[in-house]
Design a protein around this ligand. Structure first.
Ligand SMILES: NC(=O)c1ccc[n+]([C@@H]2O[C@H](COP(=O)([O-])OP(=O)(O)OC[C@H]3O[C@@H](n4cnc5c(N)ncnc54)[C@H](OP(=O)(O)O)[C@@H]3O)[C@@H](O)[C@H]2O)c1
Length: 282
């Protein structure tokens, strides 16, 4: 099985390649912007028809949520057009296609967990482009759409690395406590993605680590596990204005995952502990 993975210099793509290697796949083509700009349609076509993958795991994206509001064209080009070109070529080759999506496709206004067939209503431009990327992906029947949230992985920047760095510069941190969600460890998610591509259980899935927390609760655990004594102050979203709106409730139901026989990911606390070991904080 020949597998193309996009976005390998980012958090998730990097770990997907590691997982594939550990399972002895030997025909893996990992690419990032320097190898192929996915917004270049003819370059995508040439690359795909030359390599003829059986599977595409599409992890590349424009992920800077606030910058996206100011650079709409770049964000749209990568998240919508880039996805469209890859899906079209995958369809021609009859290759399986994994699209990584996000909790940002939902408004976050619901009081219960989001189900896979709840109607998307993104509040940010990034969320809108990721939803349009889903629509492009649905045009090819051999799709896995995997919605994730609050991602952390070894290779790249994330909330955990940011607040650990800030704790070295400040003795008090303000953290938002009225947005809730579920963190996703790319190491755990990569195992699930590889499990998925070994099946033909196509569809839309939510896949995060188990459990729910606010950013404040997440931060508290990060410092507790890291043995760092710091003063954490819970603040509201209104006290921390950002260019792009964030969903208040990012909690997504994993029922579909379980119904299709996939193993849910471990709890976020368990994932966090392993991650802090992986990045040598503990
Ligand atoms: N991070 C999160 O919290 C989060 C939450 C929910 C869903 N997701 C989704 O999960 C997936 C993986 O996220 P991640 O955190 O691993 O992303 P990431 O670390 O930002 O990596 C994305 C990679 O895509 C590359 N890329 C950007 N534009 C490209 C282009 N035109 N052609 C080829 N490659 C390009 C980036 O390169 P440059 O760095 O050079 O731009 C980067 O290496 C994405 O689909 C994202 O939307 C992420």
């Amino acid at each position: 099985m020949k597998i193309v993975v996009t976005g390998v210099e980012g958090q998730l793509g990097f770990d997907v390649v590691e997982e594939l290697k550990s399972r002895k796949y030997n025909d893996i083509i990992g690419i990032d912007l320097k190898d192929l700009d996915i917004t270049n349609q003819s370059a995508v076509n040439v690359f795909m028809s030359h390599n003829k993958p059986d599977v595409v795991v599409h992890c590349a994206a424009y992920t800077a949520v606030d910058s996206a509001e100011l650079n709409k064209k770049s964000c749209y080009d990568v998240n919508v057009n880039g996805t469209k070109y890859l899906v079209e070529s995958a369809k021609k080759l009859d290759a399986k296609f994994v699209y990584i999506s996000t909790d940002y496709i939902f408004s976050g206004d619901k009081d219960k967990e989001y189900l896979v067939d709840d109607i998307p209503n993104p509040k940010s431009f990034y969320g809108e482009t990721k939803y349009l990327g889903e629509i492009e992906t649905l045009k090819h029947s051999k799709h896995f759409i995997v919605r994730i949230s609050w991602v952390f992985g070894k290779n790249g920047n994330n909330f955990i690395k940011t607040i650990l760095k800030l704790s070295k510069e400040k003795n008090k941190l303000n953290i938002v406590s009225d947005q809730i969600g579920s963190p996703t460890y790319t190491y755990d998610l990569s195992k699930l993605i590889v499990d998925m591509i070994e099946t033909d259980k196509y569809g839309v899935y939510h896949a995060t680590n188990e459990g729910i927390c606010s950013w404040f609760e997440f931060a508290k655990k990060i410092f507790e596990f890291s043995n760092i004594d710091i003063n954490l102050n819970a603040i509201s979203t209104n006290q921390y204005p950002t260019i792009a709106k964030r969903p208040r409730n990012s909690v997504m139901s994993k029922k579909n995952l379980i119904a299709n026989g996939f193993k849910p990911l471990p709890s976020w606390q368990d994932a966090l502990k392993r991650y802090l070991k992986e990045i040598e904080v503990i």
